[in-house]
Write a protein that binds this ligand. Structure first.
Ligand code: HEM
Length: 418
């Protein structure tokens, strides 16, 4: 029940993340994802989260970077329009888009698509290869996940690949920090520049290791979840043409066709927002959220959970629970018409102290991308068969068959994307 979930979240507020130790702990490095979540760095991670919430990802801050995201979405539409293939491979378009949005915000560079600066080309190739390898390894199961001692010996070469990949990532991040230290400025609005200013003020706290760790988390957390959600949402819409039509009409009414949709329009596009929420409900991309660990003995509903127990919250199950949702397996965006302020029902962004600090940004990316695509293109399935919605379960919920569809530009929108 939501109250049990609430109890679980409040009583484990003081939690740590213990995720994919071999890759994310990266013990051979001085910084890593988990080290910032546990003592002695716990306080620092909370401080960084505060910086993220108030200065980097707050609504006011996001308002100043709207142009950047609108520009990236427009570039994606332009490239889809110019692309000569019969079918649009949505998965790669969405992946490239969210990567560009994130790296532009953090580092001030884009690494995918046509408009890469010549001087960034080799860095871009390195970034793409490195991130592909990183995510592949994150999704690879290895015996070490179940028998920790094996991690130290290695199995099947996976451990070695993880260490090699993290070394590559580290070298890349070193390069980024050195580069921004030379050319960065506070006025740029770029996240690393902001962190370097904090470093000047408190060098003992904001070390290079912490800054690199922070960039890494944002790169991992800020790219995969939005692009996977976009792929699920578009798949749901292709299987539900009435919903697609409703969004098209809503955009026609509130935005028209004299310009491309902007983030500032999203507040008026209620049905689009409902579709986004319904997609997040049916296909939460982190179905078990991030693993937590109790820092003290706690009692939940009479059950003693000892300190140090790993806890996983099954958001997928909560979001499909028939006690909480009518016809839970059915795609019904209109269910979000009525305001339900129970924050423990829709958990796709998590809640509480470890909840997603990028929620605002995530909603903006999802609404803007889906809305602009539907405004600019007639999107259809490639045949009569339904889009296969089978999921590959793992740390993240990936669509088993990457989405491919047809996209015909709307004649009255060509001038805006060509
Ligand atoms: C559709 C978009 C997104 C979804 C569905 C999503 C979902 C989530 C979820 C479920 C968590 C774990 C929360 C928990 O365990 O309680 C999380 C954590 C996180 N997310 Fe997001 N996220 C999205 C976008 C973003 C973006 C755009 C950023 C930043 C650029 C971001 C940054 C983070 C970070 C840094 C964490 C780790 C927080 C911590 O460990 O304390 N996310 N996200």
């Amino acid at each position: 029940s939501p109250s049990a979930v609430e109890e679980c979240f409040t009583k484990t507020n003081d939690v740590v993340v213990a995720n994919r130790p071999q890759l994310l702990h990266a013990k051979h490095l001085n910084y890593n994802y988990t080290s910032m979540g546990v003592a002695p760095y716990g306080t620092l991670w909370q401080a960084l989260r505060r910086v993220a919430a108030t200065e980097l990802l707050s609504a006011t801050r996001l308002d100043t970077t709207t142009n950047l995201r609108e520009h990236e979405v427009k570039l994606m539409c332009r490239q889809i329009y110019k692309d000569s293939s019969d079918k649009v491979d949505f998965k790669s378009w969405f992946r490239d888009l969210t990567n560009n949005i994130t790296t532009m915000a953090i580092i001030g560079k884009r690494y995918y698509g046509d408009e890469i600066n010549i001087s960034d080309l080799s860095q871009a190739l390195e970034f793409r290869e490195m991130m592909e390898q990183f995510f592949k390894l994150m999704h690879t199961q290895t015996l070490g996940d179940f028998i920790p001692v094996i991690r130290w010996v290695g199995f099947d070469g996976v451990e070695k690949k993880m260490i090699d990949t993290m070394k590559r990532v580290d070298e890349f991040l070193d390069e980024v920090v050195v580069e921004r230290r030379c050319i960065g400025s506070l006025e740029s609005g770029i996240i690393v520049d902001k962190l370097l200013v904090l470093q000047e003020e408190k060098p003992e706290l904001y070390t290079d290791e912490i800054i690199k760790g922070f960039i890494l988390i944002m790169l991992i957390a800020g790219t995969e979840t939005p692009y996977l959600t976009l792929e699920w949402s578009m798949s749901l819409l292709l299987n539900n043409p009435n919903a697609m039509e409703a969004i098209k009409n809503e955009i026609h009414t509130h935005v028209g066709s004299h310009r491309l949709l902007q983030e500032s329009d999203l507040d008026k596009l209620n049905y689009l927002q409902n579709v986004v929420n319904e997609s997040l409900r049916l296909y939460p991309t982190l179905p078990l959220l991030l693993p937590r660990e109790t820092s003290n003995d706690i009692t939940i509903r009479g059950y003693l959970v000892p300190r140090g127990t790993m806890l996983m919250v099954n958001a997928w199950a909560v979001q499909r629970d028939p006690i909480l949702w009518d016809e839970p397996d059915k795609f019904m965006p209109e269910r979000f018409d009525s305001q339900d302020d129970n924050i423990y029902k829709l958990l796709a962004f998590g809640v509480g102290r470890r909840g997603c600090p990028g929620t605002n940004l995530g909603y903006r990316i999802l609404g803007l991308t889906l809305g602009t695509l539907i405004q600019a293109f007639e999107c259809e399935k490639t045949g009569v068969e339904e889009i296969d919605m089978t999921a590959l379960y793992g740390v993240s919920m990936v669509k088993l068959k990457p989405l491919q569809a047809l996209c015909t530009p709307r004649s009255n929108m060509i001038a805006h994307i060509a």
